[in-house]
Design a protein around this ligand. Sequence first.
Ligand code: NAD
Length: 468
Amino acid sequence: MSHRLLIDGRLVAGAQSLDVIDPTRAAVFAQAPRADAAQAERAIAAAKRALAHWTALSYDGRRPYLERMADAMAANRDRIAETLTRERGGPIADCRVEVERATAAIRHFAAQKLEDRVLRQTDQELIVEQRYPQGVVVAIMPWNRPITLLAFKFGPALITGNTLIIKPAPSTPLSTLLLGELAAEIFPAGVVQTLVDANDLGPLLTSHPDVAHVSFTGSTPTGKKVLGAAASTLKRFTLELGGNDAAIVLDDADPEWAADRIFASAMINAGQVCYAAKRVYAPRRLFDAVAGALAQHAAAAVLGDGMDPKTTMGPLQNRMQYDKVLELIASARDEGGNVLTGGEPTGHGFFIRPAIVTGLPDRARLVREEQFGPVLPVQLYDDLDDAIARANDSDYGLGGTIWTGDVRRGIAIARRMETGTIWVNQHMSLPFDVPFGGAKQSGIGLQNGIEGMEDMTQLRVLNARLAA
Ligand code: NAD
Protein backbone atom coordinates (compact mmCIF):
# COMPACT_ATOMS: atom_id res chain seq x y z
CA MET A 1 0.00 0.00 0.00
CA SER A 2 1.30 3.41 -0.80
CA HIS A 3 2.33 5.67 2.04
CA ARG A 4 0.53 8.93 2.68
CA LEU A 5 0.97 12.17 4.55
CA LEU A 6 -1.44 13.12 7.34
CA ILE A 7 -2.74 16.66 6.83
CA ASP A 8 -5.86 18.10 8.46
CA GLY A 9 -7.19 14.69 9.48
CA ARG A 10 -6.84 13.15 6.01
CA LEU A 11 -4.26 10.76 4.61
CA VAL A 12 -3.15 12.34 1.35
CA ALA A 13 -0.65 11.79 -1.45
CA GLY A 14 2.37 14.06 -1.60
CA ALA A 15 2.65 16.83 -4.17
CA GLN A 16 5.76 14.96 -5.28
CA SER A 17 7.48 11.73 -4.30
CA LEU A 18 10.81 10.69 -2.87
CA ASP A 19 12.98 7.55 -3.27
CA VAL A 20 13.58 5.68 -0.03
CA ILE A 21 16.85 3.73 0.00
CA ASP A 22 17.42 0.45 1.82
CA PRO A 23 20.87 0.95 3.38
CA THR A 24 21.40 -2.82 3.66
CA ARG A 25 21.37 -3.04 -0.15
CA ALA A 26 22.12 0.56 -1.16
CA ALA A 27 19.07 0.36 -3.45
CA VAL A 28 15.73 2.15 -3.68
CA PHE A 29 13.01 0.00 -2.12
CA ALA A 30 10.03 2.35 -1.72
CA GLN A 31 8.58 5.72 -2.61
CA ALA A 32 7.50 8.22 0.01
CA PRO A 33 5.06 11.07 -0.57
CA ARG A 34 6.87 14.40 -0.49
CA ALA A 35 5.08 17.54 0.64
CA ASP A 36 5.48 20.87 -1.08
CA ALA A 37 5.28 24.30 0.54
CA ALA A 38 1.51 24.53 -0.08
CA GLN A 39 0.93 21.26 1.83
CA ALA A 40 3.15 22.50 4.66
CA GLU A 41 1.07 25.69 4.83
CA ARG A 42 -2.13 23.61 4.93
CA ALA A 43 -0.71 21.50 7.76
CA ILE A 44 0.23 24.58 9.78
CA ALA A 45 -3.20 26.15 9.22
CA ALA A 46 -4.94 22.91 10.27
CA ALA A 47 -2.74 22.58 13.37
CA LYS A 48 -3.62 26.15 14.34
CA ARG A 49 -7.36 25.54 13.84
CA ALA A 50 -7.21 22.35 15.92
CA LEU A 51 -5.68 24.13 18.92
CA ALA A 52 -8.85 25.56 20.46
CA HIS A 53 -10.65 22.23 20.73
CA TRP A 54 -7.55 20.23 21.75
CA THR A 55 -6.56 22.71 24.45
CA ALA A 56 -10.12 22.92 25.77
CA LEU A 57 -10.22 19.14 26.28
CA SER A 58 -7.82 19.66 29.19
CA TYR A 59 -5.50 16.98 30.52
CA ASP A 60 -8.19 14.41 31.36
CA GLY A 61 -9.77 14.74 27.94
CA ARG A 62 -6.49 14.40 26.06
CA ARG A 63 -5.04 11.49 27.97
CA PRO A 64 -7.20 8.73 26.38
CA TYR A 65 -6.10 9.79 22.89
CA LEU A 66 -2.45 9.26 23.78
CA GLU A 67 -3.23 5.95 25.42
CA ARG A 68 -5.07 4.78 22.30
CA MET A 69 -2.05 5.83 20.23
CA ALA A 70 0.22 3.74 22.46
CA ASP A 71 -2.18 0.79 22.12
CA ALA A 72 -2.15 1.16 18.32
CA MET A 73 1.65 1.27 18.29
CA ALA A 74 1.84 -1.85 20.46
CA ALA A 75 -0.58 -3.65 18.13
CA ASN A 76 1.51 -2.62 15.11
CA ARG A 77 4.92 -3.17 16.71
CA ASP A 78 6.20 -5.69 14.18
CA ARG A 79 5.04 -3.71 11.16
CA ILE A 80 6.77 -0.57 12.40
CA ALA A 81 9.91 -2.48 13.47
CA GLU A 82 10.22 -4.19 10.07
CA THR A 83 9.87 -0.83 8.36
CA LEU A 84 12.65 0.50 10.60
CA THR A 85 14.92 -2.44 9.75
CA ARG A 86 14.43 -1.71 6.06
CA GLU A 87 14.74 2.07 6.07
CA ARG A 88 17.28 2.70 8.83
CA GLY A 89 18.99 -0.72 8.89
CA GLY A 90 19.94 -2.70 11.98
CA PRO A 91 18.88 -5.85 13.82
CA ILE A 92 15.13 -6.43 13.98
CA ALA A 93 15.39 -7.10 17.73
CA ASP A 94 16.80 -3.58 18.22
CA CYS A 95 14.06 -2.10 16.01
CA ARG A 96 11.41 -3.86 18.10
CA VAL A 97 12.97 -2.37 21.22
CA GLU A 98 12.85 1.03 19.56
CA VAL A 99 9.09 0.73 18.96
CA GLU A 100 8.48 -0.70 22.44
CA ARG A 101 10.40 2.14 24.07
CA ALA A 102 8.53 4.72 22.03
CA THR A 103 5.22 3.14 23.04
CA ALA A 104 6.24 3.11 26.70
CA ALA A 105 7.33 6.75 26.46
CA ILE A 106 3.95 7.84 25.10
CA ARG A 107 2.20 5.91 27.88
CA HIS A 108 4.48 7.52 30.44
CA PHE A 109 3.83 11.08 29.25
CA ALA A 110 0.10 10.39 28.92
CA ALA A 111 0.12 9.76 32.68
CA GLN A 112 1.92 13.02 33.58
CA LYS A 113 -0.16 16.03 34.50
CA LEU A 114 1.49 19.39 34.98
CA GLU A 115 -0.10 20.81 38.09
CA ASP A 116 -0.32 24.47 39.05
CA ARG A 117 2.31 25.47 41.63
CA VAL A 118 1.23 27.79 44.41
CA LEU A 119 4.14 30.11 45.19
CA ARG A 120 2.40 32.20 47.85
CA GLN A 121 -1.00 31.97 49.48
CA THR A 122 -1.87 34.27 52.36
CA ASP A 123 -4.94 36.27 53.42
CA GLN A 124 -3.52 39.06 51.29
CA GLU A 125 -2.38 37.43 48.10
CA LEU A 126 -2.34 34.41 45.84
CA ILE A 127 0.55 33.77 43.44
CA VAL A 128 0.42 30.67 41.26
CA GLU A 129 2.55 29.30 38.44
CA GLN A 130 0.31 27.97 35.70
CA ARG A 131 1.29 26.23 32.48
CA TYR A 132 -0.55 26.51 29.21
CA PRO A 133 0.21 25.13 25.72
CA GLN A 134 2.43 27.13 23.40
CA GLY A 135 0.51 26.32 20.22
CA VAL A 136 1.68 24.58 17.05
CA VAL A 137 4.79 22.48 17.70
CA VAL A 138 6.98 21.30 14.84
CA ALA A 139 9.07 18.17 15.53
CA ILE A 140 12.06 17.88 13.20
CA MET A 141 13.70 14.47 13.40
CA PRO A 142 17.01 12.78 12.52
CA TRP A 143 17.33 9.37 10.83
CA ASN A 144 19.11 7.38 13.54
CA ARG A 145 16.24 6.60 15.93
CA PRO A 146 13.18 7.93 14.13
CA ILE A 147 10.50 6.50 16.43
CA THR A 148 11.93 6.63 19.96
CA LEU A 149 13.19 10.17 19.53
CA LEU A 150 9.82 11.18 18.12
CA ALA A 151 8.00 9.75 21.15
CA PHE A 152 10.02 12.11 23.39
CA LYS A 153 8.35 15.01 21.56
CA PHE A 154 5.00 13.43 20.69
CA GLY A 155 3.97 12.62 24.26
CA PRO A 156 5.01 15.87 25.97
CA ALA A 157 3.76 18.17 23.17
CA LEU A 158 0.31 16.61 22.91
CA ILE A 159 -0.48 15.87 26.55
CA THR A 160 0.27 19.50 27.46
CA GLY A 161 -2.24 20.66 24.81
CA ASN A 162 -0.16 21.64 21.80
CA THR A 163 -0.81 20.39 18.28
CA LEU A 164 1.99 18.71 16.39
CA ILE A 165 3.53 18.60 12.92
CA ILE A 166 6.13 15.86 12.48
CA LYS A 167 8.85 16.12 9.87
CA PRO A 168 11.01 12.99 9.71
CA ALA A 169 14.44 12.93 8.09
CA PRO A 170 14.08 12.41 4.32
CA SER A 171 15.99 9.11 4.46
CA THR A 172 13.73 7.50 7.12
CA PRO A 173 10.18 8.75 6.40
CA LEU A 174 8.20 5.49 6.30
CA SER A 175 8.07 4.54 9.98
CA THR A 176 6.82 8.04 10.81
CA LEU A 177 4.22 7.86 8.04
CA LEU A 178 3.01 4.58 9.60
CA LEU A 179 2.54 6.40 12.91
CA GLY A 180 0.65 9.07 10.99
CA GLU A 181 -1.70 6.41 9.60
CA LEU A 182 -2.37 5.19 13.14
CA ALA A 183 -2.83 8.74 14.43
CA ALA A 184 -5.34 9.47 11.62
CA GLU A 185 -7.72 6.93 13.19
CA ILE A 186 -7.35 8.35 16.68
CA PHE A 187 -6.79 12.11 16.91
CA PRO A 188 -9.10 14.95 15.88
CA ALA A 189 -8.17 16.61 12.55
CA GLY A 190 -5.08 18.79 12.73
CA VAL A 191 -3.81 17.59 16.12
CA VAL A 192 -1.13 15.30 14.60
CA GLN A 193 0.26 15.72 11.11
CA THR A 194 3.13 14.24 9.11
CA LEU A 195 5.09 16.05 6.40
CA VAL A 196 7.94 14.47 4.45
CA ASP A 197 10.40 16.73 2.68
CA ALA A 198 13.68 16.43 0.80
CA ASN A 199 15.59 18.57 3.32
CA ASP A 200 13.83 21.64 1.94
CA LEU A 201 10.88 22.48 4.25
CA GLY A 202 12.97 23.20 7.35
CA PRO A 203 13.32 26.95 6.74
CA LEU A 204 9.57 27.36 6.12
CA LEU A 205 8.60 25.39 9.24
CA THR A 206 11.15 27.02 11.55
CA SER A 207 10.40 30.61 10.57
CA HIS A 208 6.61 30.41 10.14
CA PRO A 209 4.76 32.93 12.34
CA ASP A 210 2.06 30.36 13.19
CA VAL A 211 4.55 27.84 14.57
CA ALA A 212 5.12 28.43 18.28
CA HIS A 213 7.80 25.86 19.10
CA VAL A 214 10.40 23.96 17.10
CA SER A 215 11.56 20.78 18.78
CA PHE A 216 14.62 19.75 16.82
CA THR A 217 16.83 16.68 17.12
CA GLY A 218 19.71 16.49 14.69
CA SER A 219 23.20 17.72 14.00
CA THR A 220 24.78 20.79 15.57
CA PRO A 221 25.23 22.67 12.24
CA THR A 222 21.53 22.26 11.36
CA GLY A 223 20.58 23.14 14.94
CA LYS A 224 22.32 26.48 14.50
CA LYS A 225 20.24 27.16 11.38
CA VAL A 226 17.07 26.34 13.35
CA LEU A 227 18.13 28.74 16.09
CA GLY A 228 18.69 31.47 13.50
CA ALA A 229 15.34 30.90 11.81
CA ALA A 230 13.45 30.79 15.11
CA ALA A 231 14.84 34.19 16.09
CA SER A 232 12.66 36.11 13.61
CA THR A 233 9.50 35.37 15.62
CA LEU A 234 11.17 34.56 18.97
CA LYS A 235 9.89 31.00 18.78
CA ARG A 236 10.36 28.63 21.65
CA PHE A 237 12.65 25.79 20.73
CA THR A 238 14.38 22.65 21.95
CA LEU A 239 17.66 21.68 20.34
CA GLU A 240 18.94 18.13 20.93
CA LEU A 241 22.17 18.08 18.95
CA GLY A 242 25.35 16.13 18.36
CA GLY A 243 27.71 14.67 20.93
CA ASN A 244 31.25 13.42 21.36
CA ASP A 245 30.88 11.48 24.60
CA ALA A 246 34.06 10.48 26.38
CA ALA A 247 34.33 7.18 28.25
CA ILE A 248 36.99 7.46 30.97
CA VAL A 249 38.30 4.19 32.36
CA LEU A 250 39.83 4.63 35.83
CA ASP A 251 42.94 2.68 36.85
CA ASP A 252 40.92 0.60 39.33
CA ALA A 253 38.50 -0.78 36.72
CA ASP A 254 38.45 -4.32 35.38
CA PRO A 255 39.53 -3.62 31.77
CA GLU A 256 37.54 -6.41 30.15
CA TRP A 257 34.39 -5.62 32.09
CA ALA A 258 34.69 -1.94 31.09
CA ALA A 259 35.55 -2.71 27.45
CA ASP A 260 32.56 -5.02 27.19
CA ARG A 261 30.18 -2.25 28.25
CA ILE A 262 31.92 0.52 26.35
CA PHE A 263 31.78 -1.49 23.15
CA ALA A 264 28.06 -2.13 23.57
CA SER A 265 27.30 1.56 24.09
CA ALA A 266 29.68 2.78 21.37
CA MET A 267 28.54 0.42 18.64
CA ILE A 268 24.81 0.09 19.20
CA ASN A 269 23.01 1.05 15.97
CA ALA A 270 26.46 0.94 14.28
CA GLY A 271 27.54 3.90 16.43
CA GLN A 272 24.70 6.11 15.17
CA VAL A 273 23.43 7.28 18.56
CA CYS A 274 23.86 10.84 19.80
CA TYR A 275 25.03 9.79 23.28
CA ALA A 276 27.06 6.74 22.21
CA ALA A 277 30.63 6.55 23.58
CA LYS A 278 32.68 8.29 20.87
CA ARG A 279 36.17 8.39 22.40
CA VAL A 280 37.78 6.36 25.18
CA TYR A 281 40.47 7.48 27.65
CA ALA A 282 42.35 4.55 29.22
CA PRO A 283 45.22 4.68 31.78
CA ARG A 284 48.62 3.40 30.66
CA ARG A 285 48.50 0.35 32.95
CA LEU A 286 45.22 -0.88 31.43
CA PHE A 287 45.57 0.58 27.96
CA ASP A 288 46.50 -2.55 26.01
CA ALA A 289 43.93 -4.65 27.83
CA VAL A 290 41.11 -2.14 27.16
CA ALA A 291 42.03 -1.55 23.51
CA GLY A 292 42.60 -5.26 22.92
CA ALA A 293 39.25 -6.26 24.42
CA LEU A 294 37.46 -3.59 22.37
CA ALA A 295 39.16 -4.87 19.21
CA GLN A 296 38.09 -8.44 20.02
CA HIS A 297 34.47 -7.34 20.33
CA ALA A 298 34.75 -5.41 17.05
CA ALA A 299 36.20 -8.39 15.19
CA ALA A 300 33.36 -10.60 16.46
CA ALA A 301 30.55 -8.32 15.17
CA VAL A 302 28.26 -9.97 12.60
CA LEU A 303 27.24 -7.47 9.93
CA GLY A 304 24.28 -8.18 7.72
CA ASP A 305 20.59 -7.83 6.98
CA GLY A 306 18.74 -6.90 10.17
CA MET A 307 16.07 -9.50 9.44
CA ASP A 308 18.68 -12.25 9.88
CA PRO A 309 18.68 -13.13 13.61
CA LYS A 310 22.48 -13.69 13.52
CA THR A 311 23.12 -10.04 12.61
CA THR A 312 24.53 -7.95 15.45
CA MET A 313 25.31 -4.79 13.48
CA GLY A 314 23.63 -3.06 10.57
CA PRO A 315 24.85 -0.59 7.97
CA LEU A 316 25.35 3.15 8.13
CA GLN A 317 21.96 4.66 7.42
CA ASN A 318 22.80 6.64 4.31
CA ARG A 319 25.53 7.20 1.77
CA MET A 320 26.53 10.61 3.11
CA GLN A 321 27.18 9.20 6.59
CA TYR A 322 28.94 6.15 5.11
CA ASP A 323 31.27 8.39 3.08
CA LYS A 324 31.87 10.63 6.11
CA VAL A 325 32.87 7.72 8.38
CA LEU A 326 35.18 6.23 5.72
CA GLU A 327 36.78 9.64 5.31
CA LEU A 328 37.33 9.93 9.08
CA ILE A 329 38.96 6.48 9.14
CA ALA A 330 41.24 7.50 6.25
CA SER A 331 42.15 10.74 8.02
CA ALA A 332 42.89 8.79 11.24
CA ARG A 333 45.40 6.65 9.30
CA ASP A 334 46.96 9.84 7.86
CA GLU A 335 47.20 11.35 11.35
CA GLY A 336 49.21 8.42 12.70
CA GLY A 337 46.36 6.21 13.95
CA ASN A 338 46.81 2.49 14.35
CA VAL A 339 43.62 0.72 13.21
CA LEU A 340 43.60 -2.42 15.38
CA THR A 341 40.74 -4.01 13.49
CA GLY A 342 38.01 -3.15 10.98
CA GLY A 343 37.45 0.11 9.15
CA GLU A 344 36.89 -1.38 5.73
CA PRO A 345 33.65 -1.35 3.71
CA THR A 346 31.94 -4.71 3.32
CA GLY A 347 28.81 -6.14 1.67
CA HIS A 348 26.59 -4.44 -0.88
CA GLY A 349 25.07 -1.83 1.38
CA PHE A 350 26.55 0.95 3.51
CA PHE A 351 28.43 -1.45 5.80
CA ILE A 352 31.73 -0.63 7.50
CA ARG A 353 33.44 -3.20 9.74
CA PRO A 354 33.66 -1.75 13.28
CA ALA A 355 37.07 -0.24 13.92
CA ILE A 356 39.16 0.47 17.02
CA VAL A 357 41.90 3.07 16.58
CA THR A 358 44.82 3.85 18.91
CA GLY A 359 47.83 6.19 18.74
CA LEU A 360 46.00 9.35 17.64
CA PRO A 361 46.89 12.81 18.88
CA ASP A 362 43.96 14.59 20.62
CA ARG A 363 43.77 17.08 17.75
CA ALA A 364 43.00 14.27 15.24
CA ARG A 365 39.65 14.69 13.49
CA LEU A 366 38.40 11.32 14.73
CA VAL A 367 38.93 12.48 18.33
CA ARG A 368 37.54 16.01 17.94
CA GLU A 369 34.61 15.46 15.56
CA GLU A 370 31.45 13.43 15.99
CA GLN A 371 32.00 10.27 13.93
CA PHE A 372 28.44 8.90 14.34
CA GLY A 373 29.56 5.50 13.08
CA PRO A 374 31.33 2.26 14.01
CA VAL A 375 34.83 3.58 14.66
CA LEU A 376 36.16 4.30 18.14
CA PRO A 377 39.44 6.01 19.10
CA VAL A 378 41.14 4.88 22.34
CA GLN A 379 43.40 7.53 23.88
CA LEU A 380 46.16 6.90 26.42
CA TYR A 381 46.47 8.89 29.66
CA ASP A 382 49.01 8.97 32.50
CA ASP A 383 47.35 11.49 34.79
CA LEU A 384 43.64 11.46 35.64
CA ASP A 385 43.36 15.26 35.93
CA ASP A 386 44.79 15.48 32.44
CA ALA A 387 42.31 12.87 31.14
CA ILE A 388 39.38 14.83 32.63
CA ALA A 389 40.66 18.08 31.08
CA ARG A 390 41.03 16.36 27.68
CA ALA A 391 37.55 14.86 27.92
CA ASN A 392 36.11 18.31 28.71
CA ASP A 393 38.09 19.98 25.94
CA SER A 394 35.30 19.64 23.39
CA ASP A 395 32.69 21.85 21.75
CA TYR A 396 30.21 19.11 22.63
CA GLY A 397 28.81 18.25 26.04
CA LEU A 398 26.01 15.74 25.64
CA GLY A 399 26.95 12.80 27.89
CA GLY A 400 29.89 10.79 29.12
CA THR A 401 30.80 7.80 31.24
CA ILE A 402 33.20 6.86 34.02
CA TRP A 403 34.16 3.21 34.51
CA THR A 404 35.62 2.27 37.88
CA GLY A 405 35.94 -0.46 40.49
CA ASP A 406 35.04 2.14 43.12
CA VAL A 407 31.70 3.70 42.32
CA ARG A 408 32.09 6.40 45.04
CA ARG A 409 35.29 7.58 43.39
CA GLY A 410 33.48 7.64 40.03
CA ILE A 411 30.63 9.71 41.50
CA ALA A 412 33.15 12.24 42.90
CA ILE A 413 34.88 12.58 39.52
CA ALA A 414 31.51 12.94 37.76
CA ARG A 415 31.12 16.41 39.35
CA ARG A 416 33.98 17.62 37.19
CA MET A 417 32.46 16.64 33.84
CA GLU A 418 30.99 19.39 31.62
CA THR A 419 28.11 17.40 30.14
CA GLY A 420 24.30 17.23 30.26
CA THR A 421 24.44 13.68 31.65
CA ILE A 422 27.29 11.73 33.20
CA TRP A 423 26.89 8.00 33.75
CA VAL A 424 28.99 6.00 36.20
CA ASN A 425 29.45 2.26 35.58
CA GLN A 426 26.58 2.21 33.14
CA HIS A 427 25.65 3.90 29.91
CA MET A 428 22.54 4.49 27.80
CA SER A 429 20.16 4.54 30.75
CA LEU A 430 17.58 7.19 29.82
CA PRO A 431 14.46 6.92 32.03
CA PHE A 432 11.48 8.91 30.76
CA ASP A 433 11.10 10.76 34.07
CA VAL A 434 14.68 12.06 34.00
CA PRO A 435 15.52 15.21 32.02
CA PHE A 436 17.98 14.86 29.14
CA GLY A 437 19.77 17.62 27.27
CA GLY A 438 23.14 18.80 26.11
CA ALA A 439 25.73 21.21 27.48
CA LYS A 440 27.71 23.54 25.16
CA GLN A 441 27.01 22.89 21.46
CA SER A 442 25.13 19.66 22.17
CA GLY A 443 21.91 21.55 22.65
CA ILE A 444 19.62 23.98 24.42
CA GLY A 445 16.57 22.94 26.40
CA LEU A 446 15.50 19.59 27.80
CA GLN A 447 13.48 16.57 26.84
CA ASN A 448 11.91 14.01 29.16
CA GLY A 449 11.22 14.50 32.82
CA ILE A 450 8.78 17.14 34.01
CA GLU A 451 11.33 19.69 32.75
CA GLY A 452 10.94 18.41 29.17
CA MET A 453 7.18 18.73 29.44
CA GLU A 454 7.46 22.23 30.89
CA ASP A 455 9.65 23.22 27.93
CA MET A 456 6.59 22.61 25.72
CA THR A 457 4.45 25.03 27.72
CA GLN A 458 4.28 28.72 28.52
CA LEU A 459 4.58 29.77 32.13
CA ARG A 460 1.86 32.19 33.27
CA VAL A 461 2.11 33.69 36.73
CA LEU A 462 -1.23 34.44 38.33
CA ASN A 463 -0.79 37.19 40.90
CA ALA A 464 -3.94 38.22 42.79
CA ARG A 465 -4.40 40.58 45.75
CA LEU A 466 -7.08 38.95 47.87
CA ALA A 467 -7.70 41.75 50.36
CA ALA A 468 -8.00 45.45 49.70
P1 NAD B 1 20.59 16.68 10.37
O1 NAD B 1 20.87 17.88 11.17
O2 NAD B 1 21.27 16.52 9.07
O3 NAD B 1 19.02 16.57 10.06
C1 NAD B 1 18.05 16.57 11.08
C2 NAD B 1 16.75 17.08 10.52
O4 NAD B 1 16.87 18.44 10.17
C3 NAD B 1 16.25 16.36 9.28
O5 NAD B 1 14.86 16.11 9.42
C4 NAD B 1 16.52 17.37 8.19
O6 NAD B 1 15.66 17.21 7.07
C5 NAD B 1 16.24 18.66 8.91
N1 NAD B 1 16.80 19.88 8.29
C6 NAD B 1 17.75 19.98 7.34
N2 NAD B 1 17.98 21.30 7.07
C7 NAD B 1 17.17 22.02 7.87
C8 NAD B 1 16.97 23.42 8.09
N3 NAD B 1 17.65 24.34 7.41
N4 NAD B 1 16.07 23.80 9.02
C9 NAD B 1 15.39 22.88 9.75
N5 NAD B 1 15.54 21.55 9.58
C10 NAD B 1 16.42 21.12 8.66
O7 NAD B 1 20.88 15.45 11.36
P2 NAD B 1 20.92 13.92 11.00
O8 NAD B 1 22.16 13.69 10.19
O9 NAD B 1 19.59 13.49 10.49
O10 NAD B 1 21.10 13.24 12.45
C11 NAD B 1 22.33 12.95 13.04
C12 NAD B 1 22.70 13.98 14.08
O11 NAD B 1 21.66 14.08 15.05
C13 NAD B 1 23.94 13.63 14.87
O12 NAD B 1 24.73 14.78 15.05
C14 NAD B 1 23.41 13.18 16.21
O13 NAD B 1 24.31 13.30 17.28
C15 NAD B 1 22.22 14.07 16.36
N6 NAD B 1 21.28 13.49 17.32
C16 NAD B 1 21.11 14.10 18.53
C17 NAD B 1 20.27 13.55 19.48
C18 NAD B 1 20.06 14.17 20.84
O14 NAD B 1 19.12 13.83 21.53
N7 NAD B 1 20.92 15.08 21.29
C19 NAD B 1 19.59 12.37 19.18
C20 NAD B 1 19.79 11.78 17.94
C21 NAD B 1 20.63 12.35 17.02
